[in-house]
Design a protein around this ligand. Structure first.
Ligand code: SF4
Length: 275
């Protein structure tokens, strides 16, 4: 059986950067897990002493605190500073960007529209930099509102461009001045389109990633649409030999929080099956 890797898979730039920052900040703490991958979190703890704290209440004064890729609200950041923690900022630059944009646009008197999920940590962070932002999930949520003449709009990094364009289209048709910022990050979509291509060719697809990671689940659903025999696994121990019997091509992809060393173990185990 031939094993093929998707053209794009696994860690995005922001996550690679956050892990490197964590590795370089020995014995530091993250508020919540750095990424959705238990084994990587364990590796960071065992090898670099990076611990996960659920809240800053449990941390000693002056402790090193790593801010995760999604960022945190401005007030939370200020509170951490006031408590004298040493802040190590691993917020992805693609997330810092919309924070800066909405802050600047608010100062310049624009009404801020944010296309994203108000419950998501990234959006909680971005909206904290804006004055009275309108956070919407689709265009209907803005249609009844009367905004200022000047409107600035940003999107959550993981949103789909087609849906963003519907909001932009509505705003441009209804307001005199609209500043549109393309804050969507392509990393998620690159993995998705590569998974789609590969799952069309493969007889069996292995999607590697955390079962609580939404982007891994999305990848799995895409694969399942094209390849009936698609499986989502967190590590090599979950693989079963019978999945690969009588198959010609095994495709492998991985969620954005899956490190390469886990993928290598997966490949090793599949080869050991000798199918
Ligand atoms: S998906 Fe994009 S925005 Fe999110 S952490 Fe990765 S590179 Fe940054």
């Amino acid at each position: 059986m031939e094993i093929r890797l998707a053209k794009s898979y696994g860690f995005c730039f922001g996550v690679k950067r956050a892990i490197k920052i964590a590795e370089e900040s020995k014995n530091s703490n993250t508020l919540g897990p750095l990424i959705h991958n238990k084994r990587e979190i364990k590796r960071l703890e065992e090898k670099y002493g990076v611990k996960v704290a659920e809240t800053s209440e449990n941390l000693e004064n002056g402790a090193d605190v790593i801010i995760r890729t999604h960022g945190i609200p401005k007030n939370d950041l200020e509170n951490l500073r006031e408590k004298n923690f040493n802040i190590i900022d691993a917020t992805c630059p693609f997330v810092t960007k919309p924070q800066q944009i909405v802050e600047q646009m608010s100062k310049e008197g624009y009404d801020i529209v944010i296309f994203g999920d108000i419950q998501h940590p990234e959006i909680k962070g971005v909206m904290s930099y804006a004055e009275n932002p309108h956070v919407i999930l689709d265009v209907s949520q803005i249609q009844g509102k009367r905004l200022k003449e000047k409107v600035a709009v940003v999107a959550q990094t993981t949103r789909k461009i087609d849906e963003y364009l519907k909001i932009v289209d509505y705003l441009v048709k209804n307001y005199k001045e609209v500043r549109v910022f393309n804050t969507i990050c392509n990393a998620t979509f690159e993995n998705q389109s590569a998974a789609k291509d590969l799952s069309k060719e493969a007889d069996v697809m292995i999607v590697v990633g955390g079962k609580n990671s939404s982007n891994t689940k999305q990848l799995y659903n895409i694969c399942k649409e094209n390849c009936e025999d698609s499986y989502l696994v967190e590590d090599e121990n979950e693989l079963k030999k019978e999945w690969f019997e009588n198959k010609k091509i095994c495709g492998i992809t991985a969620g954005a929080s899956t490190p390469d060393w886990i993928i290598e173990k997966i490949i090793g185990k599949i080869r050991d099956f000798k199918v």
